[in-house]
Design a protein around this ligand. Sequence first.
Ligand SMILES: *[C@@H]1O[C@H](CO)[C@@H](O)[C@H](O)[C@H]1NC(C)=O
Ligand SMILES: *[C@@H]1O[C@H](CO)[C@@H](O)[C@H](O)[C@H]1NC(C)=O
Ligand SMILES: *[C@@H]1O[C@H](CO)[C@@H](O)[C@H](O)[C@H]1NC(C)=O
Length: 455
Amino acid sequence: MEFLIKLITFLLFLMPSITSSQYIRNNIFNNRKIFAKQETISSYAVVFDAGSTGSRIHIYLFDQNLDLLHIGKAVEFFNKTTPGLSAYENNPEQAAKSLIPLLEQAERVVPKDLHRKTPVRLGATAGLRLLNGDASEKILQAVRNMLSNRSTFNVQPDAVSIIDGTQEGSYLWVTVNYLLGNLGKKYTKTVGVMDLGGGSVQMAYAVSKKTAKNAPKVADGDDPYIRKIVLKGKPYDLYVHSYLHFGREASRAEILKVTHNSPNPCILAGFDGTYTYSGEEFKATAPASGANFKECKKIIRKALKLNYPCPYQNCTFGGIWNGGRGSGQKHLFASSSFYYLPEDAGLIDANIPNFQIRPVDLEIEAKKACALNFEDAKSTYPLLEKRNIVSYVCMDFIYQYVLLVDGFGLDPLQEITSGKEIEYENAVVEAAWPLGNAVEAISSLPKFERMMYFV
Ligand SMILES: *[C@@H]1O[C@H](CO)[C@@H](O)[C@H](O)[C@H]1NC(C)=O
Ligand SMILES: *[C@@H]1O[C@H](CO)[C@@H](O)[C@H](O)[C@H]1NC(C)=O
Ligand SMILES: *[C@@H]1O[C@H](CO)[C@@H](O)[C@H](O)[C@H]1NC(C)=O
């Protein structure tokens, strides 16, 4: 009762000063303690993506529910620098130094008083994996030293590491389903992901408990087919596989290997050259009659090892289990070169973050491309010409078609979403592994619930 009287007195005291509902809103937001608390519980995460062509920085800001907040107009801060860490093979200190401009930008974007609470991570992908001997470990150690000596961020002992293909696939799955708001839902409501990188291609999707339990065992030292991961309190069984040698650049080498030094029917008429991949050279010459859609398809099917014995009930290619193809794969998001090839070929506008495409659309474009000679293809595909890869346009399109349909077993008419970004809160966020990695980093902070962890 006493409290009520005090409250009424207080309200009466306030009354004359309240002139509009707008004022009340402002007043509440300026004075309520709870707002200040929300502000302090939000947290930044800094993730370096050390790729083969360059190093990129992503800075995210999470609120207490682990939803993303805006940093300026965008939902992430992004910048990059070239070349990548692997360009400094013999100079680890210099490799580490190349990250300093990006680190300084992070120190400006994240408010000073939050630096010590902000996790920073670096994941090195393909480029560093390929370096000889202990060169990559030396570079990573130099980066670790640089980060712990120089930065005021929270650097955990495992913060700097090489991210392998299956980790890349798992984090990408988290990123995509996070941005689509699927985390915490039943596995059948999640979206599977495919990522066509330069060296490898990844497939990841959630499967039923039963499928996970009956998953084939792999040889010691190989990556298991199933990863267990808890997200927003819900456990998921994630089928994930990374196919080394079957990324966009690596696959060309595999396809040229099939024909050795003879002409290859995937090469456009009038082209006679060599293809270099990972320090190895492959002859790339067109047959006199030019590229041939049907013949090229046969060669690519061979390169994919579709006839390789399957020790399990069902395989994709090369004797790899297909994961059972359950509902977690009904909707697929395809990233990296699954997006860039149609973009570079001018099939879609580069400003579109993602689009719908069917494998058959790739086949239709392949047939058009294979009929061109090298000179005509240059004017048909100026962006591919600029990148010096127009001679492989027929090969690249058939490869993606064969990979999806004969390899992964998709229906040629199935609509998939190809994208580089996903819309989120009036902005777009890159559909790649760093966000998934940031979610994991942030959930390990004591003030948050463990939103994400591997079991
Ligand atoms: C990105 O990095 C470059 C080079 O370090 C710098 O000039 C530029 O201002 C950075 N962009 C932002 C948005 O900070
Ligand atoms: C950074 O720290 C490491 C180990 O603590 C040390 O070996 C290295 O010399 C330091 N580097 C600089 C530039 O201070
Ligand atoms: C496995 O392969 C058989 C025959 O090739 C097919 O009928 C069946 O649907 C496949 N099952 C799965 C789960 O892919």
